[in-house]
Design a protein around this ligand. Sequence first.
Ligand code: G3P
Ligand code: MG
Length: 360
Amino acid sequence: PISRSFSNLAQNKPPSFGIAFDIDGVILRGESPIGGSPQALRRLYHDHDSGSLKIPYVFLTNGGGFPEGRRALELSGLLGVNILPSQVLQGHSPFRQLLERFENEFVVAVGKGDPVAVMVAYGFKNVLSIDEYASHFENIDPLAQFKHWTIKKDKQNSSPEQMSPRIDVCSERVQAAFVVSDPVDWSRDIQVLCDILRTGGLPGRELGHQPSLYFASDDLAYQAKFPSERLGMGAFRIALESVYNSIHPNPLEYTSFGKPKPFVFKNAEATLGQLALSSCGNCRGPGAQNVGGHLLKRLYMIGDNPSVDINGARQAGHPWFSILTRTGVFKGNRNHAEFPADLVVDTVEEAVDYILRKEG
Ligand code: G3P
Ligand code: MG
């Protein structure tokens, strides 16, 4: 749902373009804004204090780990603008579409942040984190005793929606594993996911079919705080797949979401269309209908990763226009050879300046 702060606006002309911002390496590095991102975003509002949007925009990230509502609040604090949950499209956001299939099934959620809260927010009823799942099996991780950094979670401190007393972990089969965000303890997670995938989560027993496995994205690398890029979920997928295929007769079956998949850009297009309509509450005439029908004339993708952001925008085709920044994974002087962007700039601020001048 789009907030009232947009629908209250009385604008005459619907916006004819929208913007999708990558987060890591474009807007933020770690938790720090980069490339003049707060100033750039402020230019997309009529009045920064009231938070009323002039230009429809979304964050289109392969990252995640927290529900969209919580991420929107965090981003609002970091960037100093009023960001709505509907503007936050994360790698795991399409997991919602799997609710019909797994709503009441026993599923395991993996990754940094609060992956169970993400799945619960989407409506999944029987979710356990891989941490909690593993805690039911003594010695499942033979290296645990050497992991001095492991913090034992006090179950009494867990939020009620995260306790799943209905699940009998030692006898119920796991129907699916969801890699929501970057796995924290690769050795334990590969070990335990292999158990789940080979046995349906009942180690020691045989299983005819592999439980479903979903990854929120497939980024080999991304830009974090460290100067060189860091290994992402795609690297974890390669590691898991390689180990699994070495110990199991049938190759690993899985589905990955996230950019550069075309449906992610289609979904962003639809969301931008809705935001455009909401940002001109009193729009009248055929222009407004077009916006409602998602016929924004131009959509900009501003990203730092050529094989993910630019590749995705190129595959999505018209009306997408790709802009590559030099604040993240891409650090070249010219354009990227394999996935050239429509425009290369230094920072997101420069990208927004270009867009606003062009759309004038
Ligand atoms: O873990 C985050 C990373 O894979 C990508 O984030 O915002 O650059 O798509 P982003
Ligand atoms: Mg990025």
